[in-house]
Design a protein around this ligand. Structure first.
Ligand SMILES: Cc1ncc(COP(=O)(O)O)c(C=O)c1O
Length: 437
């Protein structure tokens, strides 16, 4: 019996929730996250409910994700190589997770979905698969995961407005003779601002280039449709998508992938090893997923995709916009707090806000919020050093104190499970802190 013979049977782990609506269809209640009742110690030893405002780093686990993993565990077994029933079942679940991720990203039927460890792993995988002589063009505003994997890249400075991003990409890609790849984020991990990825893909294709979109901060907040946007590759991480089980994905065109050296050399990637040498699989998924994959991570990732889709993006976006509006209005109202932005306060963004507080280092702010109020935020340069330096005007603006002694900021980020009380507690804490100056 092959894995496919049991592939279509009704499986409580891989079957999407009943009456799965279309992505923009009728709303269902937003699912809960684990840890909503977590209490943390603050100064004096008191316990207070944790206000997690650090979703952009890692989001908490959705309850349906945890349930899917728990349901899969009793039958957990090896994939792709066992004849036993549990192995067949686990293989079916793993491959079903691939289909789910393909649907979630709106990918073309022939796109590859390769499970990776995270976004960083996915960009590095693609970097290893570029045809010889590929020119990579990347904005300095990128997260290091998208900025650094390329041996040599054309780096574009932060554009002053979205149209300038398109113009700069157009200019950089013009006249490149060989293969080219434009790398751009869909939503900034520093400011939350949305990038004009459809226009950038259009320009890239006019020059015969491909586009890789870093969707790590986009997919937890907005519906992605790779086909409609005409993207070539997208990458993202499960742990930012409410599925913290160590899996991410590279989704996109298979041709470069099937011609490249296997990312890892080992079992699963090879068809045969004999006197004539090693015969690698052409199928990109097998070729680049050598070794035993993180099956539970893939099941978790797929469960998160299903849960968000089933909830409906209208409901998710509406609630996030409401909370984000409350957060940004509150920050704007605290004297001495300045929000960071590349394209101005009116530019659309996801639930991520970075800011500085006059007279305090970012570390002082973050430590006060945690130690006195039980609020978790991130401080530093968020693995986007050139961008944060740019936003802070190339100096520390009186807000130094990052681990490398240069400019840094505070980042508050929200998602499913964030409440009005979390937001209000942050604003009140900042108001009191600012008043100490
Ligand atoms: C926009 C963006 N890209 C890439 C990454 C890297 O993700 P990971 O650490 O999961 O590889 C992050 C993580 O913060 C991110 O925000």
């Amino acid at each position: 019996m092959s894995a496919l013979t049991i592939f279509n049977f009704s499986d409580p782990v891989t079957s999407p929730p009943a009456s799965h609506p279309s992505q923009d269809g009728p709303d269902r209640p937003i699912p809960a996250v684990l840890g909503a009742d977590l209490e943390v110690p603050v100064k004096g030893g008191r316990l207070v409910p944790y206000a997690n405002l650090d979703y952009a780093a890692s989001a908490p686990c959705l309850e349906p994700v945890s349930a899917a993993v728990a349901a899969a565990l009793p039958a957990y077994s090896s994939v792709h190589r066992g004849a036993g029933y549990a192995s067949q079942l686990t293989t079916a679940r793993y491959e079903q997770a691939r289909h789910t991720v393909r649907a979630f990203t709106g990918s073309r039927p022939d796109d590859s979905v390769i499970f990776t460890r995270n976004t960083t792993d996915a960009t590095n995988l693609l970097a290893r698969c570029l045809p010889a002589g590929t020119t990579v063009v990347v904005f300095d505003t990128e997260h290091h995961a998208a900025l650094l994997p390329w041996a040599d890249a054309v780096r574009l400075p932060p554009p002053a407005f979205p149209g300038e991003a398109v113009r700069a990409a157009d200019e950089a890609l013009a006249g490149i003779g060989g293969p080219a790849l434009l790398v751009v984020t869909a939503a900034s991990n520093v400011t939350g601002e949305l990038w004009p990825i459809a226009a950038l893909a259009h320009i890239a294709h006019r020059h015969g280039a491909r586009v890789l979109v870093d969707a790590a901060q986009f997919v937890p907040h907005r519906r992605l449709n790779l086909t409609a946007l005409d993207l070539d590759y997208v990458v993202f991480s499960g742990h930012k998508l409410y599925a913290p089980f160590g899996t991410g994905a590279l989704v996109g065109r298979g041709d470069w992938l099937s011609r490249a050296e296997p990312y890892l050399r080992g079992g699963g990637a090879v068809r045969a090893v004999d006197g004539d040498g090693d015969h690698w699989h052409d199928d990109p998924e097998a070729r680049h997923e050598a070794g035993t994959p993180n099956v539970l991570g893939a099941i978790a990732l797929a469960a998160a995709c299903d849960a968000l889709t089933a909830t409906g993006w209208n409901a998710l976006v509406r609630e996030e916009e409401r909370l984000l509006g409350r957060l940004r209005a509150g920050l704007a109202d605290v004297e001495g707090v300045r929000e960071l932005s590349l394209w101005g306060p009116g530019h659309p963004r996801v639930g991520i806000v970075s800011f500085v507080v006059d007279g305090f280092t970012a570390r002082e702010v973050a430590e006060t919020l945690s130690g006195e109020y039980g609020i978790g935020v991130r401080d530093g340069k968020f693995c986007a050093h050139p961008f944060v330096r740019h936003l802070l005007g190339g100096n520390d603006g009186g807000n130094g104190g990052c681990e490398d002694g240069t400019a840094s900021a505070v980042r508050a980020s929200i998602g499913i499970g964030t409440s009005d009380e979390h937001v209000d507690r942050l604003i009140e804490a900042l108001r009191k802190l600012a008043a100490r100056r």
